[in-house]
Design a protein around this ligand. Structure first.
Ligand SMILES: Nc1ncnc2c1ncn2[C@@H]1O[C@H](COP(=O)(O)OP(=O)(O)O)[C@@H](O)[C@H]1O
Ligand SMILES: [Mg+2]
Length: 170
């Protein structure tokens, strides 16, 4: 999509359901090799948002948990969704040993919590979402992009939000 860059952009969420709905809208428009990195303190809502993304991508919610201990989990939905949490990692070698970099070459979209824990974990063209806790129930989500693929993903996400396709049954 040509035109002015959309990012950076911010969303405000005033309750958990709003964060989940934003996630579902993003999941609904994910395409192969899209990469979404999440930042934010413990309890910011990275996993809650990720569950929304997975649901939007057609992954059965029972399959989705926080991958803090397993580092990387792959789900099957409308497309493969690889969900990682780099929180416990301290070196790129540790990340390498999980098979993460091999997965990056395979079909699927990526959703990575604590993406900046390991420098170089994200591809050059990635969407990043920083979730900031502004009150016990409110979050500010700042979205940046770093290339045409992530910018196109942001454009589809904004369309999905505007179209209200974020609400799935259940
Ligand atoms: N607006 C909101 N958006 C997301 N989470 C919220 C919101 N308000 C309260 N919360 C709470 O914050 C916590 C987020 O937890 P979680 O998603 O596990 O965070 P993280 O993965 O970033 O450590 C949950 O207990 C959730 O109920
Ligand atoms: Mg988490």
């Amino acid at each position: 999509m040509a035109g002015l860059p959309l990012a950076p952009i911010s969303f405000t969420s005033r309750e958990t359901e709003q964060t989940a709905a934003l996630g579902r809208a993003l999941g609904a428009v994910l395409e192969e090799h899209d990469y979404v990195g999440l930042r934010g303190q413990l309890g910011a809502g990275k996993t809650l948002f990720s569950r929304g993304v997975a649901e939007g991508a057609g992954v059965p919610l029972d399959d989705v948990s926080s991958p803090t201990y397993s580092i990387v989990q792959s789900y099957s939905g409308r497309l493969r969704l690889h969900h990682a949490d780099l929180y416990r990692l301290t070196s790129d070698a540790d990340l390498f040993s999980t098979g993460y970099y091999d997965l990056l070459e395979e079909p699927g979209a990526f959703l990575v919590e604590w993406v900046d824990q390991i420098a170089g974990a994200a591809p050059d063209d990635a969407m990043r979402i920083s979730i900031e806790v502004t009150s016990p129930d409110a979050r500010t989500m700042r979205v940046t992009t770093s290339g045409p693929k992530s910018e196109a993903l942001l454009a589809r996400w904004l369309e999905a939000i505007a179209a209200g396709t974020s609400s799935l049954p259940g």
